[in-house]
Write a protein that binds this ligand. Structure first.
Ligand SMILES: [Zn+2]
Length: 88
């Protein structure tokens, strides 16, 4: 009988561990869309006279051949463009 009780205790302990792992996993997955390596593209909006986060950003190649990002101002809707900062 003692063995049976111990086994039940082990099952309960295992269940608690699984619950803890689920808790940790759920916490880590709470922000699945955030990619730390990719900061939100921003550009200076001439219309708002402020730096705005780009709406609908997409990569483009600028006239000078440099990679850049184009999007829209989320406030006034005007087009925004920024040249990607290339580390020399
Ligand atoms: Zn704007």
């Amino acid at each position: 009988m003692r063995r049976g009780i111990a086994a039940v205790g082990a099952v309960i302990a295992a269940g608690l561990v699984i619950e803890r792992i689920r808790e940790l996993h759920g916490h880590a997955a709470s922000a699945p869309h955030v990619l730390p390596a990719m900061p939100e593209p921003t550009a200076y909006c001439l219309h708002c006279k402020a730096s705005r986060r780009m709406d609908d950003p997409h990569s483009v190649v600028m006239k000078n051949g440099r990679p850049g990002t184009k999007g829209h101002c989320p406030v006034c809707g005007r087009g925004l463009a920024s040249v990607a900062s290339v580390a020399a």
